[in-house]
Design a protein around this ligand. Structure first.
Ligand SMILES: [Zn+2]
Length: 84
């Protein structure tokens, strides 16, 4: 089932898709890779796993297109009820 598992909210799309915070996991809903970036430094570009993408920009993209970047659209999936 997995319903008992505590999951962490993706800092980009806000769904509970991550097993641990900042574990460099790729969110299947928005394709943001969680490198530990959060609200406090959302506008910064870390130039790590998300390349030129800042968390702020990725959130903007997610709101507009449904992915952290439009080029990730072929890979993302809809959030599941358990991830809300
Ligand atoms: Zn996400």
């Amino acid at each position: 089932m997995g319903a008992m598992t505590t999951r962490f909210r993706c800092p980009c799309c806000g769904y509970r898709t991550l097993d641990a915070p900042g574990a460099l996991a790729l969110c299947p809903v928005c394709w943001w890779e969680d490198d530990g970036q959060e609200d406090r430094d959302a506008s910064e570009v870390h130039l790590t796993v998300n390349g030129q993408l800042s968390l702020e920009k990725a959130r903007e993209h997610y709101a507009l297109y449904g992915a952290a970047d439009p080029r990730f659209l072929p890979y993302v999936r809809e959030p599941q009820i358990s991830e809300l």
